[in-house]
Design a protein around this ligand. Structure first.
Ligand code: PBG
Length: 315
């Protein structure tokens, strides 16, 4: 009688790829999550997940070079581009490769756009940032990404990317937009993982205020008008009401939800202390995200969930 079904194909596995390392590195605030060098170990890891039925990955690149215009984000031999190319070569149609499109991991200032100063203060120049985002997205599509996923929350970024992709013949490359992305403390472990904490200021100028929900409709609608194929709400567990709101307002659009790093780490910390049963906690929360209306769930627990789903009674 259970109303909600969760399948392995609903899952998207986030993967960190890093330049300049030879062995996978565990992320201290995200136990059992690793940064991978591009090569055999990455292929092995992805292979083990493909064998479990996982069809989707989203890649985050950690470059060894950063500057204030995030130029390493759009090089054809950049870390994300090389990883995309390798995974598409090895797995082809068996794997949907999504690429996170942002500047923060590649910029010395750690912001999601181009930073300008005026006097002693600084600001992120929205419109100037669109050019660099379009350029990054194009380089990811050229490398073979099936889906580009702009996570900057810059106004107009989806439209700028769609135009750039279409102009260059990438009409079939999908855009999964981080449409509704809150300025959340729950990204903290990710920022350790990707060394992407802002060097100054915070992201409240472009990410959403956690006290707002109607604004989520406006953000999603703008992205739809600009050509987004898939919408996203992020974080997921803390924003189940927003997932439901977006799903019921725009039922015709596939919706993704991102169970983010801090939401992962909270569970892991409690599990390590013996305070929560990992499987029960993870399955309850993942079903809740699905029940709220998410079609795709980005989760660091994907490998474990995929295994649990193989059992007759996964929950
Ligand atoms: C930006 C980006 C972030 C995450 C995904 N894409 C970090 C941020 O906005 O600070 C966070 C994901 C997570 O916490 O798991 N490139």
């Amino acid at each position: 009688m259970a109303e909600t079904q969760l399948r392995v194909t609903n899952l998207v596995l986030p993967i960190f790829v890093k330049e300049g390392i030879s062995e996978p590195e565990e992320i201290s605030s995200m136990p059992e999550v690793f940064r991978y060098p591009i090569g055999d170990k990455l292929i092995k890891f992805v292979e083990s997940n493909v064998e479990l039925g996982i069809r989707n990955v989203i890649l985050f690149g950690i470059p060894s070079f950063k500057d204030n215009i995030a130029s390493s984000a759009y090089q054809s031999d950049g870390v994300a581009q090389r990883a995309i190319r390798l995974l598409k070569e090895v797995f082809g149609e068996k794997l949907v490769v999504m690429a996170d499109e942002c500047t923060d991991e590649y910029a010395s200032h750690g912001h999601c756009g181009i930073v300008k100063t005026s006097g002693s203060s600084y600001y992120v120049d929205n419109d100037e940032s669109l050019k660099v985002h379009a350029r990054i997205a194009l380089s990811q599509a050229e490398a073979g990404a099936d889906v580009v996923a702009p996570s900057s929350m810059m106004d107009g970024v989806v439209g700028a990317i769609r135009e750039e992709l279409d102009k260059n013949g990438y009409k079939d490359t999908l855009i999964m937009s981080y449409s509704v992305k809150y300025a959340s403390v729950f990204y903290s472990p990710f920022r350790e993982a990707a060394s992407s904490a802002p060097a100054f200021g915070d992201r409240r100028g472009y990410q959403m205020d956690p006290r707002n929900s109607s604004e989520a409709i406006k953000e999603a609608r703008m992205d739809i008008q600009e050509g987004a194929d898939i919408l996203m709400v992020k974080p997921a567990h803390t924003y189940l009401d927003v997932i439901r709101l977006i799903k019921t307002t725009f039922p015709e659009y596939p919706l993704a939800a991102y169970h983010v790093s801090g939401e992962y780490s909270m569970i892991k910390a409690a599990v390590q202390r013996g305070w929560l049963n990992e499987r029960m906690a993870v399955m309850e929360i993942t079903y809740a995200i699905r029940r709220a209306g998410a079609n795709l769930i980005l989760t660091y627990f994907a490998p474990k969930i995929a295994e649990w789903l193989r059992e007759e009674d996964p929950f």
